[in-house]
Ligand binder design. Structure first.
Ligand SMILES: [Zn+2]
Length: 378
């Protein structure tokens, strides 16, 4: 890299760092992911006259967050009807008027967005010109449908910001921490390992990538790098843990958290992993279509904390489409409230879960959580 290119990269990194809200969150002030979400909402309210008039004088509580999300939802419906050929046609046919959406129940008026539509016509969802796209990701996800998603530079930075907040909540709370990233090298157009190492670099944390299947190789890297957290797919970490059982004693390496992602983790798998390393194992959930890192457990292991300002979530009866109450099991439906490139409204995840509307013992009390996640039989 030439000197001027190096300087440009350094300047870009510094600008990006300054814009990261997650860097300002101090440890010991509640749940970092919730704090990050609240800071995002506060900043949003401060920067818009309309929002300031509506919410500026009120306390940021659950009721305000719900109203704020409905406000953003109405705005998003207007935005996609003007900019996305897919939603313009869908909502005009259905006679949707955004000003009539005043309660969560009113969301049922809007047709659901099917994964098949996104797979078949990705660019009909696009709301910006092609030159504003910074990265495109393709994922087959869990249903073998190839889905293409585009993001602007600002959206990628937001994703990195939310990843850092999630890692902080998972226990990455010191500059001495090192995250060992163990995703197998993949052929998809995005690599979770690279996103994570970039997030760590921007936030001043250490990370090391090792995709070796060899347990001794992984243990060597842990010792050399002083690894304190590990992240990888559930099946990979389960197999690695079984292989490590006779090689290490629990707690010996100072690993404090293990984060299992991309695949379900059964209670038996979690127990096995925790007994080998002597630390808590947390589950993470995300979909490429929704921005990769969407929800993660805290140390209480009592449901997944969502990136609250980014999403409006509903749980519905997959057969009738009717909204279900917290605690009732159904399909998770997600609206990406802050995306401008390819927003998705009432997107069917094909994942079954429950909404949790009670405070978590970690201290997060304004955040919505989701319970265990199962794939829907296809
Ligand atoms: Zn919690």
């Amino acid at each position: 890299m030439s000197l001027s290119a190096k300087i440009n990269t350094a300047v870009r990194m510094n600008i990006a760092k300054r814009r990261l809200e997650s860097r300002k969150i101090e440890g010991g002030t509640g749940n970092p992911l919730e704090q990050w979400g609240l800071a995002k909402i506060r900043n949003d309210i401060k920067s818009s006259k309309e929002l300031k008039d509506l919410f500026g004088q009120r306390e940021l509580d659950r009721e305000l967050i719900n109203e704020y999300k409905l406000f953003r939802f109405r705005e998003l419906v207007r935005y996609v009807m003007e900019n996305s050929p897919y939603y313009e046609e869908l909502y005009e046919k259905a006679g949707i008027d955004s000003s009539r959406i005043m309660t969560y129940k009113d969301l049922e008026q809007l047709p659901l967005t099917e994964q098949k539509q996104l797979a078949e016509h990705p660019y009909h969802f696009l709301c910006v010109s092609r030159k504003e796209i910074a990265r495109e990701f393709t994922s087959s996800g869990t249903t073998n449908m190839l889905k293409r998603m585009a993001y602007t530079q600002d959206e990628l930075l937001e994703i990195v910001d939310s990843v850092i907040s999630g890692l902080k909540m998972a226990g990455m709370d010191s500059r001495e921490d090192t995250l060992q990233i163990m995703y197998p090298t993949i052929t998809a157009t995005w690599d979770p390992g690279l996103v994570l190492s970039k997030a760590c670099a921007l936030s001043g944390y250490n990370s090391v990538i090792n995709d070796s299947l060899d347990v001794n190789e992984q243990l060597r890297t842990m010792r050399e790098a002083g690894t304190t957290l590990i992240i990888g797919t559930s099946s990979f970490l389960y197999e690695l843990s079984k292989a490590a059982r006779t090689l290490i004693k629990p707690g010996e390496l100072g690993i404090k958290r293990i984060i299992c992602s991309s695949e379900p983790l059964t209670p038996a798998m979690r127990e096995e992993i925790e007994s080998v390393w002597g630390c808590k194992t947390l589950r993470q959930w995300g979909m490429t279509e929704l921005g990769l890192a969407n929800a993660i457990e805290c140390a209480e292991q009592d449901g997944f904390h969502l990136n609250n300002p980014d999403f409006l979530v509903e749980v519905i009866d997959p057969k009738t489409g009717e909204q279900l109450s917290p605690g009732e099991e159904g399909e998770l439906v997600v609206t990406t409230l802050r995306r401008r490139c390819m927003p998705l409204i009432r997107y069917r995840t094909r994942d079954i879960t429950t909404l949790i509307d009670e405070p978590c013992n970690c201290g997060a009390c304004l955040d919505q959580r989701i319970g265990d996640i199962k794939r829907m039989p296809s």
